[in-house]
Design a protein around this ligand. Structure first.
Ligand SMILES: [Zn+2]
Length: 202
């Protein structure tokens, strides 16, 4: 895999998403119903209070990006929320997990993967950068966390997020995983580092 350009010469649907138009602006309630809130695109939002707790606990591997909650008439509701953006890296799922490349676009290198059959084997200690929050490719929508994070979530009784052992991950509904490009999920220097890492491990 290499660093991908923004457009694919063959298939416009492979274009890197406009993921980095930030801050996220979403329509939501004036008061949050849960500590963690999810947008329809699967982005995670949390309050400044929860964010502070995560920082104070000394967790690594995430960024908090300001986000905006709007009313249905697009007026800001005026509560402070952040997008939880994991930037730790847990490597590419090992073959023992059942994940393998099914298709690769010859132009932009966008890949489609098979789903996992053995979720407990998704984690590869050697590929993990040691972060508390991290992504295992090609599952960027599942935010992976260390046991330390899991314990804090349990202790705090946070609502709106569930931490469970890797082996208990539900099977993907569709048999295929199409996460897009790394550039849809990471940016800047972090994207460059991870792309190099993936190229080395190839
Ligand atoms: Zn392509």
């Amino acid at each position: 895999m290499r660093l991908n350009s923004e457009l694919c010469r063959r298939n416009p649907e492979h274009a890197t998403k406009q993921r980095w138009s930030r801050p996220i602006k979403v329509i939501g309630p004036v008061r949050p119903a849960t500590d963690f809130e999810w947008t329809v695109y699967g982005d995670v939002l949390l309050s400044s209070q929860v964010g502070k707790t995560l920082h104070e606990a000394g967790f690594s591997g995430f960024e908090l990006r300001p986000a905006e909650i709007l009313t249905s008439t697009e007026t800001p509701v005026g509560r402070e929320v952040f997008e939880l953006s994991p930037n730790g890296w847990g490597g590419v799922a090992p073959v023992e997990s059942g994940v393998r490349v099914l298709e690769e676009c010859p132009f932009c290198k966008r890949q489609v993967f098979s789903g996992y059959t053995n979720p407990a084997r998704l984690f590869d200690l050697d590929a993990w950068d040691g972060s508390d929050f991290f992504v295992i490719w090609p599952l960027p929508r599942r935010i992976m966390v260390t046991g330390r994070v899991g314990e804090l979530f349990l202790k705090s009784g946070y609502t709106g997020a569930r931490v469970r052992p890797l082996g208990d991950l539900p099977r993907a509904v569709a048999g295929k995983l199409g996460p897009g490009h790394l550039a849809d999920w990471f940016d800047g220097a972090r994207l460059a580092e991870i792309s190099q890492q993936v190229a080395r491990d190839d």
